[in-house]
Design a protein around this ligand. Structure first.
Ligand code: IPE
Ligand code: IPE
Ligand code: MG
Ligand code: MG
Length: 323
């Protein structure tokens, strides 16, 4: 189910979002029964549907073809779903959208193949737009995401703010840019307006991931439908941790951590607790709010409409959410 708090927010595109839901379900029906059952469970478990809403809102501003916008929105949500399947395998995460992940029950081989199937399905839905520019953006985004994941896996770069921002652009903001830019492209937006929607998508995408990283440390797993406190245990260093390291260089656990003792569970658990209680969360949220404001500023280059106003409100929602 779409969460109520976002349902009210997405009022101008509510009807089209319902059509996107139907299209997502149609798209996964009729395959191997196990594959269909699993992917249906995943889609039915819902999610916030932020990316398809972004697509439809951007399409609304530029009066893009309705049918094509709906296919594009479904394609982007399917692409997101595919990345979640692979992400949970990589992160070794047991829960997603309140239900056990595929990797909780299946072998990695089966999970990878299911993810691959969803990637193909996403491209198939995207092709319904019959637009080469859109398909180019789509494939470039997927290349950026996968390249970012590989970079995170193999890079030995020191933890830095620049490196963090590059990572969250690749893994999250690139898809937000895709959602807004591809829809605006469908509507024939000019270069100045395309630039504005890209700037909006990039900034709220970054803010979205930063808030997700804060929620990993301070959120309620029940409300989020996924585990909390996982990132650092998986060796993923996020902005709150970077803030904490910068402001607590004398902390013995920070020193042990920087010395590479990242495999010690008790050190990490103490660090997670210390970060939660420190000012790092507040400072990190401040950065997310600044990005949301940058996104809102970019909207000034777009025509006034109910869609533009919703994008403005969405930027605020993203930094105020708690799931
Ligand atoms: C989870 O995305 C992955 C991130 C980029 C943080 P969402 O928080 O949008 O997940 P759903 O779709 O609502 O489940
Ligand atoms: C988002 O990062 C990964 C994707 C691009 C799918 P996370 O690993 O933080 O996402 P969650 O917290 O598992 O949803
Ligand atoms: Mg994850
Ligand atoms: Mg996370």
């Amino acid at each position: 189910m779409i969460k109520t708090s976002t349902a009210a927010l997405f009022a101008p595109v509510q009807a089209d979002l319902a059509t996107v839901e139907a299209r997502l379900r149609e798209a996964i029906a009729g395959q191997n029964p196990t594959l269909t059952a699993t992917t249906t469970r995943l889609v039915n478990a819902g999610g916030k549907r932020i990316r398809p809403a972004l697509c439809l809102l951007s399409a609304g501003i530029f009066d893009a073809d309705r049918e094509k916008s709906i296919s594009l929105a479904a394609a982007v949500e399917m692409l997101h779903t595919a990345t979640l399947v692979h992400d949970d395998l990589i992160d070794n995460s047991p829960l997603r959208r309140g239900a056990p992940t595929l990797n909780a029950d299946w072998s990695p081989n089966a999970v990878v193949l299911t993810g691959d199937y969803l990637f193909a399905r996403a491209a198939y839905l995207g092709a319904w737009t019959n637009n080469v520019q859109v398909m180019t953006l789509f494939s470039q985004t997927l290349m950026t995401i996968v390249n970012g994941e590989i970079e995170q896996m193999f890079s030995s770069k020191p933890v830095s703010r620049d490196n963090y921002y590059e990572r969250i652009y690749a893994k999250t903001a690139a898809m937000f840019v895709l959602a807004t830019e591809a829809a605006a492209t469908l509507g024939g937006a000019d270069e100045v307006k395309l630039d504005a929607v890209r700037t909006y998508g990039r900034n709220i995408g970054m803010a979205y991931q930063i808030v997700d990283d804060v929620l990993d440390l301070s959120g309620d797993p029940k409300q989020m439908g996924k585990p909390a406190g996982n990132d650092l245990h998986q060796g993923v260093i996020t902005l709150p941790t970077i803030h904490y390291i910068e402001t607590h260089p004398q902390d013995l656990d920070v020193q042990r951590f920087l010395d590479g003792q990242i495999d010690k569970r008790d050190i990490i658990s103490r660090l997670v607790a210390a970060i939660r209680q420190s000012d790092a969360i507040h400072q990190t949220m401040q950065e997310a709010r600044e990005l949301a404001t940058c996104a809102q500023l970019a909207l000034e280059k777009l025509p006034d409409s109910a869609y533009t106003a919703t994008l403005h409100a969405l930027a605020d929602h993203i930094v105020n959410r708690n799931f």
